[in-house]
Design a binder for this molecule. Structure first.
Ligand code: SAM
Length: 228
């Protein structure tokens, strides 16, 4: 079973996405355990202050090293972590390769930053990997942590109803997914391609491969170049 611990100063943000649909079922089935930890619980002052002004001046607050260090040390005393990941726009881009890699881990610790980010000493002393969900800046690392968790958890065996479903998704084979359809076969004169109604499954597979390749060539030629 995969265990994911998430450190945040806004734990309430995680309530929705982890309490519904596939992520909820994965937890109920015991395939993943997700624990959200409030950094404020690791403060020692009366105001439970997790942030402070940056040394040297400048705009924005910085998440303090002490509560994060205390939280990480507390969690590390309970289990060894394969990776301690800080979500940051400066990190390695999250892609399907990385999601596959992380799905093979047993214990992950994710740190969501906030404000201007975290004190550099957190990164120097504790973080083993830094991950970004794209070249744009969000207000906090909570949404990126949720994106990472979703991408990873749906790859765990038993999480998706149809075992092969994740394997046929875009990027798994370096291609985008072919077009998909469901009933009705005719919507206001727009018909589903005949081949999909033919029952010839070998031909359907071939058609899907061709469509996936063609769509990738049109929309994401960089993926084909990567495969060379
Ligand atoms: N000052 C930081 C910078 O320029 O890189 C941005 C700080 S951002 C406002 C606050 C937090 O959001 C970051 O500490 C990080 O945890 C998270 N974050 C923002 N954008 C992100 C992204 N694209 N990928 C991963 N995490 C991100």
């Amino acid at each position: 079973m995969l265990r994911i611990d998430i450190l945040t100063c806004v734990p309430a943000l995680f309530a929705g996405p982890f309490s519904h649909s596939i992520l909820k079922r994965a937890q109920e089935k015991g395939l993943v355990q997700i624990a959200i930890h409030d950094l404020r619980d690791f403060t020692t002052d009366r105001h439970q202050q997790v942030d402070d002004y940056p040394f040297g001046g400048g705009a924005g607050m910085v998440l303090k090293v002490e509560p994060i260090a205390a939280a990480i040390r507390h969690l590390q005393s309970q289990r060894p972590y394969d990776r301690l990941i800080y979500l940051t726009p400066e990190g390695r881009h999250l892609d399907q390769h990385l999601a596959n890699e992380l799905s093979l881990c047993q214990n992950l610790l994710l740190l969501a930053g906030h404000y201007k980010g975290v004190d550099q000493r957190v990164r120097d002393l504790f973080i083993t990997h830094e991950v970004s969900i794209g070249d744009y800046v969000l207000s906090g690392g909570e949404l990126p942590a949720m994106v990472l968790v979703d991408a990873v958890v749906r790859l765990l065996p038993g999480v998706l109803g149809d075992e092969t479903s994740a394997l046929t998704d875009s990027f798994q084979d370096g291609l985008l997914e072919p077009p998909i359809y469901t009933r009705p076969a005719d919507f206001e004169g727009h018909r589903v391609p005949d081949i999909l109604l033919s029952g010839h499954f070998a031909q359907i597979d071939r058609w899907r491969d061709e469509q996936a390749y063609e769509k990738t060539r049109r929309l994401r030629p960089d993926l084909l170049a990567d495969a060379d």
